[in-house]
Design a protein around this ligand. Structure first.
Ligand code: SF4
Ligand code: SF4
Length: 132
């Protein structure tokens, strides 16, 4: 079974463009939604994202909606813990495809690191994009 992980040099989920995430209000509290929108900067990129290092400048203090854990995914998206890995991998792949491209080096890197042969389109327990 593939195990979710974040890979270095990606940063795709730090592009917060709300037009790419029409369901924000479904899984964020009103306060979180305000916070989320306050972070959106040029080109949809989070104002805390360092483009040179492709890392978060406030990593330890990042909001709940940036935390990819079984607990936050259960709380926000109703994803059962047994489904966490597949769901989180699918979220990453969809975000990477949208931001960097299906055939990008970032996608290639991600698939190599996460596990060869994992195909989010046919993953067991696929439950749809929920954002991250
Ligand atoms: S999309 Fe996934 S791999 Fe890329 S930065 Fe976000 S959590 Fe990490
Ligand atoms: S707060 Fe950090 S982890 Fe969250 S979107 Fe911004 S840069 Fe990314």
């Amino acid at each position: 079974m593939a195990t979710w992980q974040c890979v270095t040099g990606c940063g795709a989920c730090c592009n917060l463009d709300p037009s790419d995430r029409p369901d924000l209000a479904d899984y964020l509290t009103p306060e979180e939604l305000d916070h989320y929108l306050s972070l959106v900067g040029e080109g949809g990129w989070c104002i805390n994202f360092d483009h040179d290092t492709r890392k978060c400048r406030i990593y330890e203090q990042r909001p709940r909606f940036c935390r990819v854990t079984p607990q936050t995914f259960e709380q926000m998206y109703g994803v059962e813990r047994a489904e966490f890995n597949n769901f989180a991998i699918e979220c990453c792949q969809q975000q990477i495809a949208g931001v960097h491209g299906e055939n990008s080096t970032e996608m290639e890197h991600y698939n190599r690191e996460v596990g060869e042969g994992f195909d989010y389109r046919s993953a067991q327990g696929e439950s749809g994009r929920g954002g991250e």
